[in-house]
Design a protein around this ligand. Structure first.
Ligand code: ADP
Length: 223
C-alpha cells in the first residue's frame, strides 16, 4: 500500500531525512517515535503530499482515502466555527443542508468521544483537550483507509487516552484501516504485533514492537 524507496529530504543544506526505506501493507498499525526534530512530521508530510522528497520515490495506492490529524491541531486554535461545522468539513461530500443521517453520525461520534453537549459550541470556547477530540472525530468520521495521526493525544487526559487507543485498535480490526501514529508515549498505545519505527534522520529501527524491546535493550533508544 505504501512504499518509501531511498527517500531523502533536505531544507537547504540541512538533511532532515536520509535514505528512508520501508513498506506498509493495508491494515498495518505503525507507531513512529524518535527525538524532537528527528524528521517524524516531515516523513508523514511526504505521504500526504505536503512536501516533496529531495530524492527517492514514494508510492501509495491511488485509491487510498486519507484522514490526517496534523500536529499543529494540538495547540489551542481560535477557530470561528462550531463543533458541528468543523466535523462536517471532514466529510467526503458536503451539501448546504446537513442530512439527518449525517447529523446522527456526528452525534454518535460526539457520544463516543464523550463531548455530546458541545455539538453547537464555538470552537473558540473549548479547552485544548476538547478541541483535540473534535479534530480527532473530523479525521475519523469519513472512514479513511489510511489514518495519519501526529501526536493525537497530547492534550487528552490519561484515562481518555487509553479509551482512544482502544477505539483505534477496534477500527483497525473491524475496518482493516491502516494507521500511522507519531507519538511520544509509546507505552500506553502499543501492542506486541504493531509495527514500530524509530526515526532519527534515518530509520534506525523498523519492525514489530516485540523486536523493538531488543533494540531498546541494546541502548539505541534515546527519546
Ligand atoms: P519531528 O516531527 O521529529 O519533531 P520535524 O519533521 O518536524 O521533526 O522536523 C525535522 C527538522 O526539520 C527540524 O529540525 C525542523 O526544524 C526542520 N524543518 C521542518 N520543516 C522545515 C521547513 N519547512 N523548513 C526548514 N526546516 C524545517
Amino acid at each position: 500500500m505504501i512504499n518509501y524507496n531511498e527517500v531523502s529530504v533536505s531544507f537547504g543544506k540541512f538533511n532532515v531525512l536520509n535514505h528512508i526505506n520501508f513498506h506498509m501493507e493495508k491494515g498495518d498499525f505503525l507507531h513512529i517515535i524518535g527525538p524532537n526534530g528527528s524528521g517524524k512530521t516531515t516523513l508523514v508530510k511526504l505521504l500526504i503530499g505536503l512536501l516533496k522528497p529531495t530524492s527517492g520515490k514514494i508510492s501509495i495506492d491511488e485509491t487510498v482515502h486519507m484522514g490526517y490529524l496534523p500536529q499543529k491541531m494540538n495547540t489551542k486554535a481560535n477557530l470561528p466555527m462550531t463543533v458541528l461545522e468543523v466535523i462536517y468539513s471532514g466529510f467526503r461530500k458536503q451539501s448546504i443542508f446537513i442530512s439527518k443521517t449525517d447529523i446522527d453520525l456526528i452525534k454518535y461520534w460526539l457520544d463516543k468521544m464523550e463531548i455530546p453537549q458541545l455539538i453547537h459550541s464555538s470552537m473558540m470556547f473549548l479547552s485544548g483537550g476538547q478541541q483535540q477530540r473534535v479534530f480527532l472525530i473530523r479525521a475519523l468520521i469519513s472512514d479513511p483507509d489510511l489514518l495519519i495521526l501526529d501526536e493525537p493525544t497530547s492534550a487528552l487526559d490519561p484515562s481518555f487516552r487509553e479509551k482512544f487507543y482502544h477505539m483505534l485498535y477496534e477500527m483497525q480490526q473491524q475496518k482493516n484501516m491502516t494507521i500511522i501514529h507519531i507519538t511520544h508515549d509509546l507505552t500506553d498505545a502499543v501492542k506486541d504485533n504493531c509495527l514500530t519505527m524509530y526515526v532519527d534522520q534515518t530509520v534506525k529501527f523498523f519492525g514489530t514492537y516485540r523486536d523493538f524491546h531488543e533494540f531498546e535493550h541494546k541502548g539505541h533508544h534515546h527519546v
